[in-house]
Design a protein around this ligand. Structure first.
Ligand SMILES: *Cc1c(COP(=O)(O)O)cnc(C)c1O
Length: 681
């Protein structure tokens, strides 16, 4: 017999991030205390702590909680179809799970968060390891002249579902690593994400001297020493924490090089009794690389590396030369830095990029590490990224999909018959779906800008073609490309019969002055009378802003300088909402684009120039041509009020892209081709 009270059930629900992809659960918590919920960034734990007793006592509220709780229990108590797959330990520097926990800065973290959730959904035995980035990623605001400023609100552990990991004696579990000859203590916070568990490592407690306490607080900040210390904590410390907790792992997945020191710690453990320790490590580790430019890889000066790993090297029992060799392409080149990606590639049984194109780029990029092979035989494959549909699907979209595809469609996501039901949906239904999502976005934007520090004057029209652009303002993503030729841009915005409106959002890294200039440029354009009201910048891009933009935009603009976008995932979130991608053929888009489900900007991958001064104007010209000649007319050419060609493109995108670029497809690929695959001993 279940004797839990409504409050007990809410308490249990609040402690599992299952709610982050169940809007009906989130809505229950929001009602308990909308103010507390909102202030903590939409946090159920915060709302429950300050719950309004009157809401709890409302007639019917208990029954609603029961229904959600039963669904949660049914999910947690069933093993899931992949319960027999190898137990996976997934290491990553950042995890983007929900806007209330800013443990991410961009696509890498969002991808990792979606990976954790999809692993839970299919029941893959899974633990994740990351850092408790208490200061998270920064909150963006603006000075009166429109320049980005950053602020680091700390995560208050009492308002979030993080739980300090304690041993049977009640004391916190602590492991240590060395930074040089100095001992650093680590404890961990547990975050439950459906059936997956995530451990977040933390140095910020009194076991450590002051200078080590801030180590795990912030993402991608500080000098090279700090970065290396963080990577020692993540790779070496993370593994020690799993051991201390008795977590069993069959395959260690390094997501990007930041955590690759874990291979050396495995080696250290193993060398004590196994003469082929290196072979064992290699059979049990897999590595995913994202970065498509050599300069972007994480690397360290040999002097710094040796001094930080001095004590570790002694325990490992290898020479300085041999230690450095694992991270060098040419072990005898004493000037070569230690590259984390090289370590990952050398000590993993399988390595992959994150899209077909990214895999090809990685094979060319690392060819020199495999000098006796042809480029095609470089052992780096690919698994194309995908997004966790339940996380990114707007509540209104769920209603539409349940109605159109039949409820339970997510369980039938792999079947063509699920998606072919869209052929039977009428044009009018699809078009009204699109209009209602666009309208909801405009409502969100109007409310958001009222509270932001960057003054914005939005005069958005719910019947105007709405283009979204939101991502990190890394310069290769070329946020202002649409405004390279201001006259042509203005003609697009001001066409009296066929105007466009564009919504931007994004943060530039605090050290990236050029990216900040890009944001400022967009800010100034929003004040320019030619664009005023129809061009809007939403501040403080995060998962919530992202969710609204990917659901409400008719067109998702993506114009990176090829081939710098490893995969890109924001465009994958659009298709399920009937949005269309307008994108450079980079990252995932060469696999997704088929001529009927969106637009390619420019030509195929052969059209790459070394000089951005040549590439950028050419790409901008292609962008204008596509907008003027295809995107805009297709949107505005209607029959009985419905743009039939547009709607057929929506249908094609929904049918062909939704599952193919989902995290569920991705996790199945990882299980089948990476986690299960054993290299003969
Ligand atoms: C999806 C997402 C990203 C990744 O966007 P890209 O276009 O792939 O760079 C970054 N940040 C947030 C908040 C996201 O939701």
């Amino acid at each position: 017999m279940d004797t839990l009270t409504t409050f007990d059930k809410l308490e249990r629900l609040s402690r599992n991030l299952w709610w982050s992809w169940h809007p009906e659960a989130l809505e229950l918590f929001r009602r308990l205390n909308p103010g507390a919920f909102r202030t903590a960034g939409n946090s159920p734990v915060a709302a429950l702590r300050m719950a309004d007793r009157d809401v709890l006592a409302e007639p019917g509220f208990g029954a609603e909680v029961d229904a959600v709780y039963d669904e949660f229990r049914a999910y947690m108590d069933s093993p899931g179809p992949r319960a027999d797959a190898p137990r996976t330990g997934y290491f990553c520097m950042e995890f983007g799970l929900h806007e209330s926990l800013p443990l991410y800065s961009g696509g890498l973290g969002i991808l990792a968060g979606d990976h954790v959730k999809a692993a839970s959904d299919v029941g893959l035995p899974f633990v994740g390891v990351g850092l408790f980035l208490r200061d998270g990623y920064f909150k963006q605001y603006f000075d009166p002249k429109g320049w980005q400023e950053d602020e680091y609100p700390s995560i208050d552990a009492t308002k979030h579902p993080v739980e300090l990991v304690r041993g049977p004696d009640g004391a916190e579990v602590v492991v240590t690593v060395y930074s040089g000859w100095q001992e650093v203590s680590l404890r961990a916070w547990r975050l439950q994400v459906g059936r997956s568990t995530l451990y977040l490592l933390d140095t910020d407690f009194d076991a450590n001297p002051y200078e080590y306490r801030f180590l795990t607080r912030r993402l991608y900040q500080g000098n090279r020493t700090t970065r290396l210390q963080q990577e020692i904590i993540l790779g070496i410390g993370g593994l020690r924490m799993l051991r201390a907790l008795g977590e069993q792992v069959d395959v260690y997945h390094m997501n990007e090089g930041h955590c690759a020191l874990l291979t050396l710690e495995l080696l250290r453990e193993r060398r004590e009794f196994d003469h082929d320790a290196e072979g064992w490590v290699k059979r049990n580790c897999v590595f995913t690389t994202h970065t498509p430019v050599l300069a972007g890889h994480d690397r360290f000066d040999p002097g710094l590396f040796l001094s930080q790993l001095a004590k570790f090297r002694e325990r490992l029992g290898v020479s300085e030369h041999d230690l450095l060799a694992w991270g060098r392409v040419s072990p005898h080149d004493i000037s070569e830095q230690f590259t984390m990606t090289v370590l990952g590639l050398k000590l993993a049984r399988s390595s992959n990029g994150v899209s077909r194109l990214n895999g090809e780029v990685a094979r060319r990029q690392w060819h020199h590490l495999y000098a006796n092979r042809s480029v095609d035989d470089v052992p780096i494959g690919h698994v194309t990224n995908g997004v966790h549909l339940p996380t990114w699907t707007a509540p209104h979209a769920r209603d539409f999909l349940n109605k159109t595809l039949g409820s339970g469609w997510l369980d039938r996501r792999e079947q063509d018959t699920t998606w072919s039901k869209l052929d039977k949906a009428s044009d009018a239904d699809l078009w009204s779906y699109r209009r209602s999502l666009r309208k909801a976005l405009i409502g969100f934007v109007e409310n958001h800008i009222r509270y932001q520090t960057m003054p914005q004057n939005a005069k958005l029209d719910p019947d105007v073609l709405t283009i979204g652009f939101a991502r990190r303002f890394a310069t290769y993503k070329r946020a202002p490309l649409l405004f390279r030729d201001l006259d042509r841009a203005a003609a697009l915005f001001n066409n009296p019969d066929r105007p466009i409106q564009v919504i931007y959002a994004g943060k530039a890294h605090p050290a990236d002055k050029e990216g900040q200039r890009f944001i400022h440029e967009i800010f100034e354009l929003t004040q320019d009378p030619r664009f005023n009201g129809r061009l809007v910048f939403l501040e403080n891009y995060n998962m919530e802003v992202g969710r609204m933009l990917v659901s409400g935009s008719d067109v998702w603009l993506n114009n990176p300088r090829r081939p710098y976008e490893a995969s890109g995932t924001s465009g994958q979130k659009v298709a399920i909402h009937g949005g269309l991608n307008l994108s450079i053929l980079d990252g995932w888009w060469p696999e997704g684009f088929d001529g009927t489900n969106g637009w390619a900007i420019g030509e195929d991958a052969s059209h790459v120039y070394k000089d951005p001064a040549v590439q950028d104007p050419e790409d901008a010209a292609f962008l204008y041509d596509t907008l003027f000649n295809s995107v805009v007319p297709t949107f505005y050419e209607t029959k009985d009020g419905i743009p039939t060609k547009w709607v057929s493109m929506m249908r094609s995108a929904l049918k062909g892209l939704s599952y193919q670029f989902s995290a569920h497809r991705m996790i199945e690929d990882y299980i089948r081709t990476i986690y299960r695959e054993e290299v003969p001993a």
